[in-house]
Design a protein around this ligand. Sequence first.
Ligand code: GDP
Ligand code: IMO
Ligand code: MG
Length: 429
Amino acid sequence: MSAFVVLGAQWGDEGKGKMTDYLAEEAEVIVRFQGGNNAGHTVEVGDRQYKLRLIPSGILHDDKLNVIGNGVVVDPEALFEEIDYLEEEGVNVTPKKLLISDRAHVIMPYHKILDVLKEKSRGKNDIGTTGRGIGPCYTDKFERCGIRICDLLDESVFTEKLKQNIGAKSDYITKVLGGEELNYEEIASKYLALAERLRPYVKDTSVAVYNEIKADKKVLFEGAQGMLLDIDYGTYPYVTSSNTTACGVASGSGIGPNMITNAIGIAKAYTTRVGKGPFPTELDNEIGEWIREKGHEYGVNTGRSRRCGWLDAVILKTTVRVSGLTSLCVTKIDTLAGLEKLKICVGYKFNDTVIDYFPASLNDLAKCEPIYEEFDGWGEEVANARSYDELPNNAKKYLARIEELTGVNISIIGVGPRRDQTIRVTTQL
Ligand code: GDP
Ligand code: IMO
Ligand code: MG
């Protein structure tokens, strides 16, 4: 039995898409369990680049089953845009290759409207969301007024729930937030048409995934976002609205936590963040700018430039603890080539003590000063390295220190965006 998880160990965009595609070779089923099309996962194979948002990054492999689990929030319009885009790129997305949970919640037009208008109303206290309706959709899920995929497929249930939701939300949208009136007829006819297109893909995916694991098929769970965007353990309120940690796998896909055998944390060799919120090791200077340009640090989803900073071992230790990581995959080691000196944050000075965890209070976090260790850089480009031995000594020292600080082995190293630009250090994940 093997079920392994690929998780973002920082603030998202660590290279989960690339690594899921790479590791999909070793799995039969690839499952998304949380988030939605707020994710932007890039996969490069040869000279082709694919951008995935909602569909698992195993889709480029013809013989794999991809599953959108119950914990995901699904925007049907965005889903079919993505399917059409993939089909145009020559990637098959039939119901044989893609299943969608009947329990997943549907992102409705009013969720997207609420996301954008609420952000506007927050003014300078905005979160910097992707505007995809993720937060408002999860809010309805927990408020217990959400529309699930199984509801959308049943016309009488759907129209009833849609009327109730529009009734409950329209005054808030128009009178409080200054938005436009919602048009029931328009939304109903559009979504009922989308329902028919969705129907062949829909299944009880908990049963499907459980049966695959029981039949000794390898199942890979692909996380979206990252550790510090987690609703419970992230830098709240500057987080997303789901559990991005390994604990989200069980509730978001409908299997028991004891079925998970390995959890691989994907970490960039430095740190980035999109959107607002605290970032202790941020480099708001020419080094940060240098990393942004060399690493092409611009968001897949919204095109926003990513904030860049030194690697923070406090973040990685948090991920090891909260998600029970069994190994780390360090990506973008190639980006750092050319920097004379590098730093890793090994702890925070907080009042008169040193801590190696994230305080819950943002006021306390603001008082934390990173404590750095400095490393000599390496001038040699590593994009063509295919084994650990081919890496420069200073890169090896940097990586060895990450292992020491986190207490976890590095199983994979990324040296470029392409599938083949990957160094497998250990077979054990
Ligand atoms: P995800 O959201 O975690 O899947 O990551 P994104 O796709 O949003 O961002 C990661 C970016 O880095 C993408 O452009 C990838 O193609 C690229 N990438 C992934 N791994 C590596 C690597 O090891 N080196 C380099 N240079 N780029 C990488
Ligand atoms: P992947 O899977 C990086 C950030 C947004 C914002 C906050 C809340 O590609 O790593 P939301 O729209 O989810 O309510 O926005 O979370 N965010 C991400 N940042 N990578 C992502 O996904 C993200 N998904 C959401 O920028 O700060
Ligand atoms: Mg991304």
